[in-house]
Design a protein around this ligand. Structure first.
Ligand code: ADP
Length: 426
């Protein structure tokens, strides 16, 4: 039996981002395994074409994000991967303190030597309406800074100019590969990479407005030791290896569904607010978690579970902290941003665990940070990636520390159609 040595090693800065990336890799034909954090040293070698290590490092202190990412790099290198992919959000969620810049610098330093090396920045994900043009990130038809991302609870984005945003975070010089160069094809892109490097640029923002652009960029990334991007670029990388791809069907087969269904939502993104409204409008039961009640010491998780228990047999229920921006800001003004986030994540994680103890086996979790907290509370270590529900969101399947496996759909805040919470269970 031949072992399948991994070719591509990915480090994702949050959990939904990791599944989004794994989803694209599977669809491009790479057999992909996602791990939650780093596997134990004694864990058996994983047979796959691509490994995705899911960290929860997007909003932690930059030094911690760097340390965790370097540990992931070392583990991936020990698995023999040929290329490293640092995955962040397609809306470039970060602050001037990081963590995209500091992690990119640390990975480049580790791979090429202090201050050396070259990589790209490309959050474009055109099928989900994230495009980059002249170095500016668009969400749908508007600049990132005019999108709902300006209200994000943890990483509000007020500047769409990725060169400026990245330059504030990295020690390396930032340059641009503009769309006309990308449109000219892989050789033109590679030539521009070389020219930028000769000018002393270490990080190039790369425009992309279509999947065709991503495929052209992908060819030019052959041999680049570090790629940093959203999940979109993943569609262009498998073509660089001559390993026979898995038929998409076998790469994404999961065990059959059984058991009860539920949605746990801690995302306050515009799309999630719409999905919560649509779920309620369809007459499905919903429990709103009040962050101030948690801060007052009430057993909100217990209340939510007591509410949910008799309803579960009649179809999926929703427990959400999801709220409109004004309500979120009011809570943050009282509790502080981090405190509010941590309290809500803690309660939703407890609720998710309680729901599995009550027979839930299919769960949608909305929100990247929220998914991280839930997956940790369930003791999930590894996810198998299944069929796509909507762009960026596959069904996954995972054994838990509760002794039962669960199907999980980890939905990044702004992903999914308006009826996502309803259609997912059909
Ligand atoms: P997204 O994927 O939309 O960014 P996340 O789960 O990553 O969602 O982030 C949302 C953050 O907002 C989490 O830390 C969550 O706990 C917090 N949060 C959720 N609801 C509220 C609320 N009503 N008030 C304040 N913070 C909240």
């Amino acid at each position: 039996m031949t072992t399948r040595r991994p070719l591509l090693g990915c480090i994702a800065d949050d959990f939904t981002g990791a599944t989004d990336l794994a989803n694209n890799l599977v669809r491009a034909g790479l057999r992909t395994v996602q791990t939650i954090g780093l596997p134990d040293a004694q864990a058996p070698a994983i047979e796959a074409d691509a490994l995705v290590v899911a960290l929860k490092s997007r909003t932690i202190p930059a030094a911690d994000a760097v340390a965790q990412s370097l540990a992931a790099l070392r583990w991936l290198q020990a698995q023999g991967v040929q290329q490293i992919y640092f995955k962040y959000c397609s809306t470039f969620d970060s602050t001037p303190a990081g963590n995209i810049g500091p992690v990119t610098d640390a990975l480049l330093d580790a791979l090429h030597g202090e201050g050396r090396g070259f990589t790209i920045v490309c959050p474009a994900f055109p099928v989900n309406n994230r495009t980059v043009f002249k170095g500016h990130l668009f969400v749908g038809d508007v600049l990132l800074s005019d999108s709902s991302m300006r209200h994000h609870p943890l990483t509000p984005m007020h500047d769409a100019n990725l060169m400026r945003v990245m330059q504030a975070q990295t020690r390396r010089r930032v340059g641009l590969v503009a769309q006309d160069v990308v449109a000219a094809g892989p050789e033109a892109i590679a030539a521009r990479f070389a020219a930028l490097q000769a000018e002393g640029v270490g990080v190039a923002v790369v425009d992309a407005v279509s999947d065709a652009d991503l495929l052209r960029i992908g060819v030019a990334l052959k041999g680049m030791r570090l790629v940093t991007a959203g999940s979109g670029i993943a569609i262009g990388l498998p073509q660089n290896w001559d390993r026979a791809p898995d038929a998409a069907g076998t790469a994404s087969t999961l065990p059959a569904f059984d058991g009860l269904g539920a949605v746990v939502s801690g995302s306050c993104s515009a799309a999630t607010n719409g999905q919560v409204a649509a779920f309620k409008a369809a007459g499905r039961p919903a429990f709103a978690v009040d962050p101030l009640a948690i801060a007052q010491g009430q057993d909100v998780a217990g209340q939510a579970l007591a509410w949910a228990t008799p309803l579960l047999a009649d179809g999926p229920v929703l427990v959400h902290a999801t709220a409109e921006p004004a309500a979120v800001q009011a809570v943050q003004a009282q509790l502080g941003v981090e405190q509010a986030g941590a309290l809500v994540e803690g309660v939703l994680a407890q609720v998710a665990r309680g729901l599995v103890e009550r027979g839930v086996r299919r769960m949608v979790v909305a929100g990247g940070e929220t998914s991280g907290a839930v997956v940790q509370a369930l003791g999930v270590r590894q996810l198998a990636i299944g069929p796509q529900i909507d762009p960026g969101v596959p069904w996954t399947w995972a054994p838990t520390a509760l002794g039962v496996p669960v199907h999980l759909a980890l939905k990044s805040g702004n992903f999914g159609s308006a009826d996502f919470f309803l259609k997912t269970f059909h």
